[in-house]
Design a binder for this molecule. Structure first.
Ligand SMILES: [Zn+2]
Length: 334
């Protein structure tokens, strides 16, 4: 399997200060992890591109762009108590939002089977009208909206420890994008309750799995199996976009969840028969990245890890599912 590897040194220019939790070291950890895992023969290095105004405005009010521009043109400052910008931050955020769009374009061309975008700043707290929580522009939402606009259905899974309030708001009434989030609850930003399920045309296409402090991968996996998979089957997505914050790890200092590195991406990936396209626990322990790849591959049962620990066979309910053939133009996707 070939995987697009999309990152750029300009992401490191988004300078939030040495003591800020979302600092360049986060991305360097991802890049170092990939290097240590010796994945170079599986990766297809690909350049990101800047998202245009029109692409950002597909999910944000113009005031969001104006606010970011004002602060960066003044040389830096704060958008809110958490969200620190430097002069180079707007360029980094536009590049982060455009990385997913570059990935779609390359996957459409058949350049690889999946894509991993190692970017910063993060994006899932950025709402239609406000940047917040370390986030300027909602990169995953820009990507999902672009796919939806061309008639494809997107499953957007967010396993960051915080609820993606911005992503939820953006697709609250949009039936073309199903938003699924595990997160610590109650916790910042305060949203993500079980009863938040979307409205109007989007009723039922938002699914929240609020988790108490200390929740482990078993709870994540059970929530996915029992609460999410039936809805995903009915939704029948064309693409999977993962909003992949890694702060649900038990060692993360800002959160109180109990996941191990191997727990983080596994439920959705195993459900679609995909393992992390680039693997190794060291890789997944890093932060501030997101990835996507096309759905609908056939399951690979020998790799299934059943709740009872039997790796050879999937649970009965999963074996009974109907597994359609991949139908994307590239050999596969998110
Ligand atoms: Zn987070």
């Amino acid at each position: 399997m070939a995987v697009l590897w999309i990152t750029d040194d300009r992401f490191l220019d988004h300078d939030t200060g040495r003591a800020h939790p979302e600092r360049p070291a986060r991305l360097r950890a991802v890049i170092d992890g990939v290097r240590r895992a010796d994945l170079s023969d599986a990766l297809v290095p690909t350049e990101p591109r800047m998202a245009t105004d029109a692409e950002l405005l597909s999910v944000h009010h113009p005031s969001v762009l104006d606010s970011v521009q004002q602060v960066t043109q003044a040389g830096g400052g704060r958008l809110d108590p958490d969200t620190v910008l430097s002069a180079e931050s707007e360029a980094a955020a536009r590049l982060a939002a455009g990385a997913g769009l570059a990935a779609i374009e390359a996957l459409d061309d058949g350049a690889a089977d999946a894509a991993f975008c190692a970017v910063r700043p993060p994006g899932h707290h950025a709402t239609p009208v406000r940047s917040m929580g370390f986030c300027m522009f909602n990169s995953a939402a820009v990507c999902a909206r672009a796919l939806a606009e061309r008639g494809e259905k997107v499953l957007l899974v967010d396993y960051d420890a915080h609820h993606g309030n911005g992503t939820q708001d953006i697709f609250w009434e949009d039936s073309r994008v199903m938003y699924v989030s595990w997160h610590q609850y109650p916790f910042y930003p305060g949203t993500g309750g079980l009863l938040e399920r979307g409205e109007a045309a989007g009723a039922g296409t938002t699914i929240n799995l609020p988790m108490p402090a200390g929740a482990t991968g078993d709870a994540y996996h059970r929530g996915w199996e029992e609460a999410v998979l039936p809805a995903v089957d009915a939704f029948d997505p064309d693409w999977l976009v993962l909003s992949a914050g890694f702060d649900a790890h038990r060692a993360d200092p800002l959160t109180s969840l109990g996941l191990a590195a191997g727990d983080l991406p596994t439920s959705p990936m195993r459900s679609f028969g995909w393992y992390p396209p680039v693997g190794g626990s060291r890789f997944w322990r890093a932060d501030t990245t997101w990835m996507r790849w096309p759905t609908r591959p056939r399951p690979r049962w020998p790799h299934w890890l059943a709740p009872n620990g039997d790796r050879s066979r999937p649970p009965e309910a999963v074996r009974a599912r109907r597994w359609p053939q991949p139908r994307l133009r590239c050999c596969h996707e998110p």
